[in-house]
Design a protein. Structure first.
Length: 340
């Protein structure tokens, strides 16, 4: 059995940003805000992006990675620290505590700016990764890949951390009856809802970090929207760049557990354009490698990530995803190693 996994590099051929290029877009947008060249929702004041650049400069001074994921982790850590400081003020101010009042007002102001900054970046995620048009090039590339492998796979479990709709559109254009992303139409409610029981077709897509077209009702049900519909963070079903830790909420907990189960049943995992930056996913992979000695990783990435996996169990393909000759080479290797 072969498991499939795609990261940002797998969507790059279709015009979507990788982590690095999305970082540049965020920086460009926030620079324009500071210069007064961007109009939109009225922020607390136009200097709210300073937190982003302060975090970036801090990381660079420490010679640490300053991409969008790391910066957002720092900003979320700062927000949690400020929230903790604010909640510690549990009693009414007395005269001897008056000097703290100014500090707390500053904390409240900082939190307001941080909230607006994070919302601004979250909205950019939707602006960047939602493309309404069906991409025929995507259909062709994924058709070449999956059609060459599907014959030997009774079930194709496909995992991705991407927010875009490339894989869904590829299957819906070519093999809609053989594909599910966990959603099905509910005639009574006249909408498309997600449920675990809907994973009942050959090609099964699990979006580990959510999707730009997923939203949540007031009672927690997950449904799919047909158009770009960003409202506020609480309405959407997505783990934004910078999320760290164990995904405990649904549907994320279910999907990560399904990844764990699938790797344990697989002969190999094919990772396309994935940078292995997610610590929790890496833990799942390492645990599977330890528990299943015959499991191999096939990493298709022109810039192979520096991961501490068993090197003798990693097969590298350094060509760009989408080159048809590489699909043939991949199929040949899989047959030689008796993975297919």
């Amino acid at each position: 059995m072969l498991s499939f996994f795609t990261g940002a590099g797998a969507s790059k051929p279709f015009g979507y940003s990788t982590t690095d290029t999305f970082s540049l877009r965020v920086q460009d947008h926030l620079s324009k805000v500071l210069s007064g060249h961007v109009q939109g929702d009225k922020p607390p004041h136009r200097y709210y992006p300073r937190y982003f650049f302060d975090a970036r400069n801090f990381l660079e001074e420490l010679h640490r990675s300053a991409d969008i994921e790391v910066i957002l982790r720092e900003l979320n850590d700062l927000k949690r620290a400020l929230e903790k400081l604010r909640t510690q003020r549990t009693r009414e101010m007395k005269w001897k505590d008056v000097f703290l009042k100014g500090l707390m007002e500053t904390v409240d102001s900082d939190l307001s700016d941080l909230d607006f900054l994070l919302r601004d970046i979250h909205k950019l995620v939707y602006d960047e990764y939602w493309q309404a048009e069906s991409d025929k090039n995507a259909t062709k590339i994924y058709d070449d890949l999956f059609s060459s492998l599907a014959k030997s796979q009774e079930i194709m479990n496909i995992f991705t951390t991407n927010y875009d709709l490339t894989i869904e559109r590829a299957f819906m254009d070519k093999e809609p009856d053989a594909f599910t992303d966990g959603f099905a139409y509910d005639a009574a409610r006249r909408n498309v809802y997600w449920d675990i029981s809907h994973y009942d077709k050959q090609a099964r897509l699990y979006k580990l970090h959510g999707s730009v077209n997923w939203k949540r009702t007031a009672n927690g049900e997950i449904y799919r929207v047909p158009t770009h519909d960003f409202t506020k963070h609480e309405d959407h079903v997505i783990l934004y760049p910078g999320f760290k830790g164990v995904a405990e909420d649904e549907p994320f907990a279910f999907m990560h557990e399904r990844l764990r189960e699938t790797l344990m049943r697989s002969r190999a995992g094919l990772f396309i354009g994935f940078a292995f930056r997610d610590e929790y996913i890496n833990e799942i992979i390492v645990a599977a490698l330890k528990s299943k000695p015959q499991l191999e990783l096939i990493v298709w990435n022109p810039c192979p990530p520096d991961v501490r996996f068993h090197r003798d169990r990693v097969i590298l393909f350094k060509e760009l995803f989408g080159e048809r000759s590489t699909i043939g080479e991949l199929t040949e290797v899989l047959h030689k190693r008796k993975i297919l």
